[in-house]
Design a protein around this ligand. Structure first.
Ligand code: KMH
Ligand code: ZN
Length: 275
């Protein structure tokens, strides 16, 4: 059983606004400050979504560059750009983000309903993006929202579009994907190759308890306001670092050690692209 775990902080996401939680970081300086505090609380990776000045999800390369620059100035935390971006952003704009060479980026393998919206990930675009990420040395995190997404990723690997170790997120709780249950988590993890790295992304109310189940099962863990706006029922999270600290506390209770940035780089076999 894995004893060292990587914590990823997801401070913003594409959906919530400051109306939902006034502490949500949306602007480049706010996202960078949240990343730094998350690093200090134990996160080795920050999963970054960008917003414009009106808080709308964006794939604007200038905003991305500015955000990445500010994060890098403040801490060594590994930057994982979301190529999911937001439901209204065309795939062709989303894929350009990897040209900025973050150390890691998400790869969403399939199209699906996503709440009341549509998440468009056409097979040809996914293959083009996977190939480009590999050429640029950007490590793919494979987002699994339903069981059928796993064999699609394994096909991408067989086609030479992904490098080992494969890194999966089992995403639960999105309407249109699998529900957030321990049964679904276990079933999904059993389908992964034995040398795969994985974490749970649990959206909504069971966020903390099911993320902790994933930790106990040997997964990595992600938390942040992208996944839950609340510390507990009725209590909004005052910031992202409180969510990271709580998760780090659960990991320590389970006698896991928390990976440093250097240890995470080794686990994910990251390329030597500049931070
Ligand atoms: N928003 C989560 C449901 C991405 O940004 O590419 C999954 C996610 C994927 O974080
Ligand atoms: Zn995301």
């Amino acid at each position: 059983m894995k004893s060292k775990i990587v914590i990823t902080a997801a401070p913003t996401g594409p959906i919530a606004t400051t109306k939902d939680n006034p502490a949500l970081p949306t602007q480049p300086d706010e996202i960078a400050a949240a990343a730094t505090k998350a690093y200090e609380a134990g996160a080795a990776v920050v999963h970054v979504h960008l917003r414009d000045e009106n808080e709308r999800p964006t794939a604007d390369l200038k905003i991305a560059e500015r955000t990445m620059g500010l994060i890098r100035e403040q801490s060594p935390i590994l930057i994982q750009l979301s190529t999911g971006v937001g439901l209204d952003t065309p795939f062709e704009d989303r894929e350009k983000l990897v040209e900025l060479k973050p150390r890691m980026a998400t790869l969403n393998p399939c199209s699906m309903s996503f709440g009341v919206g549509e998440f468009r990930n056409p097979p040809a675009g996914v293959r083009r993006l996977a190939a480009r990420m590999q050429a640029l040395g950007v490590k793919a995190e494979l987002e699994i929202y339903d069981m059928g997404h796993i064999p699609v990723c394994l096909s991408l690997f067989e086609e030479g579009l992904l490098a080992e170790p494969l890194q999966f997120s089992i995403v639960m709780g999105v309407k249109g994907g699998m529900a957030a249950t321990a049964d679904n988590l276990l079933f999904a993890v059993r389908q992964l190759p034995s040398n795969a790295i994985w974490q749970a992304i649990v959206i909504g109310r069971p966020h903390f308890e099911l993320t902790t189940v994933a930790l106990a099962l040997g997964g990595n863990a992600r938390t942040g306001m992208e996944d839950t706006l609340y510390l507990r029922k009725g209590e909004l999270a005052p910031n992202n670092e409180s969510l990271v600290s709580r998760l780090a506390g659960a990991a320590k209770t389970l006698e896991k050690t928390i990976a440093t940035v250097e240890e995470a780089e080794l686990e994910f076999a990251l390329g030597v692209a500049s931070r």
